[in-house]
Design a protein around this ligand. Structure first.
Ligand code: UDP
Length: 420
């Protein structure tokens, strides 16, 4: 029976530790939090691990709690066939053609109906003043939220080129929310039937002190990647992403092979551990990627969490960002793309596909490079690998731009304003 489960294994947060990034923000946070003292917030999303939403909630919730807001996090336990359908919905929202069958629509709605009982249990237990539903998986739950509770829909997906049929289907649920929060203001064009006053735009952010994002000594990073067979004396490029068609893993491999013609000892790491239960497609895509690596010993694919050699995913990802000469994010759709933010925070030069998410984070040639194809990506990789100064310059500017715009305290402040 599908049910909602409470997640409690949060990152450790002390809001004072974040003053080093912006000393003035703390006062603003405390004053905003004072106004929301009696707020109780229930966040609901599909999965406790894997993907950007879970990544943010793990720090956002304890941060909110430190400020006195009673926030909790629920995730969905449901059969894999439910997540196959919701991944289809995700793909349609990002522009894939085709449509859901009537049977799929009905299963999607009925699983959400079955979640109603555990939703009622948690509402009774925590008496939330606001419920934040993240992304389409729990979207129909809006029908089971009592009137007096503020209903917020947080869409993290790229809505720049949606398949209209899917939004037409989801509209019946979306219109019942009090507020719809998007990662980019252009996404509101996807839902012209929504009142503008219902829409808010909040850009995502990273936790600079999490295990993944905190500064790692380069010697430690080298030791870690060596454990996995990567040679730290040879050039290394990395993409960190679920194995998902929108992240264009085959485009990454193509760019790597093109670059290898000019830099024969270049290595490629691709990390997409199978954590996200809401992405059952990842294993199929991985198989295709594996075929395309042609047994190349300079390509390192990370997918099986059992092969983490006793270290955590976050430590390995940190080491990969730290030890890489540059990071690639060759996506063709990206709602925002925390992986770019993470790599930029590490001071890495990022070569990114020109997606909506990349466009808000990267000014081409200033704090990263934007590309339209694998050929352009390869050209940028070769150019940057040959010019350490230019990599450093981009990386420094990248770090500064993340510091200014995309760190957790800003994000929490914007969310508190929303609850208020
Ligand atoms: N990630 C990870 N391990 C992996 C692949 C991805 O921890 O093997 C994390 C990555 O560091 C980032 C998140 O998953 O924090 C992905 O977020 P993003 O917004 O880039 O993409 P999404 O998966 O949500 O589409």
């Amino acid at each position: 029976m599908p049910t909602l489960l409470e997640f409690r294994n949060f990152n450790r947060i002390n809001t004072k530790d974040y003053e080093q990034f912006d000393s003035k923000l703390r006062a603003k946070l405390i004053s905003a939090a004072k106004k929301s003292k009696n707020k109780k917030v229930l966040h609901i999303n599909a999965t406790p691990f894997g993907g950007g939403v879970a990544e943010m909630l793990r720090s956002q919730i304890p941060f909110e709690r430190m400020l006195g807001i009673k926030s909790h996090w629920l995730t969905i336990k449901a059969p894999i066939k439910f997540f196959r359908i919701t991944k289809k919905i995700h793909n349609f929202i990002q522009g894939k053609s085709d449509t859901l069958t009537e049977k799929e629509k009905s299963l999607y709605i009925s699983v959400n109906r079955e979640l109603q009982k555990s939703l009622a249990y948690f509402i009774e237990k925590y008496k939330p003043t606001s419920i934040v539903i993240h992304d389409p998986q729990p979207l129909p739950l809006v029908n089971f939220i009592p009137k007096q509770i503020h209903k917020i829909l947080r869409l993290h997906i790229d809505l720049s080129t949606p398949n209209p049929a899917i939004l037409e289907f989801l509209k019946q649920f979306i219109v019942s929310y009090d507020k719809i929060v998007l990662s980019n203001k252009i996404y509101r064009l996807a839902m012209p039937w929504l009142k503008l006053s219902k829409i808010a735009v909040i850009m995502p952010a990273i936790d600079p002190l999490s295990v993944k994002n905190r500064s790692m000594n380069s010697e430690t990073a080298r030791l870690i990647i060596n454990e996995f067979g990567i040679n730290h004396t040879k050039p290394l490029i990395t993409q960190v992403s679920r194995f998902d068609p929108w992240k264009d893993p085959l485009g990454v491999i193509k760019a790597y092979y093109l670059a290898k013609n000019k830099i024969p000892d270049i290595q490629l790491a691709m990390a997409g551990f199978f954590f996200a239960q809401d992405d059952p497609e990842a294993k199929e895509i991985f198989k295709i990627v594996k075929k395309n690596d042609r047994g190349d010993r300079d390509i390192f694919l990370f997918s099986n969490p059992k092969k983490l050699l006793g270290i955590s995913n976050d430590t390995l990802i940190n080491a990969l960002y730290t030890a890489s000469d540059l990071v690639i994010q060759k996506s063709i759709r990206e709602g925002f793309g925390l992986t770019m933010t993470e790599a930029m925070w590490k001071g890495r030069a990022v070569v990114a596909g020109k997606t909506t998410g990349a466009l808000v984070q990267i000014k081409d040639g200033k704090n990263g490079i934007l590309v339209n194809s694998s050929e352009e990506a390869a050209e940028a990789i070769v150019r940057l690998m040959k010019n350490e100064k230019s990599r450093e310059k981009l990386g420094k500017a990248a770090h500064q731009s993340v510091k200014r715009r995309f760190l957790l305290p800003h994000y929490v402040l914007n969310n508190i304003k929303l609850y208020n």
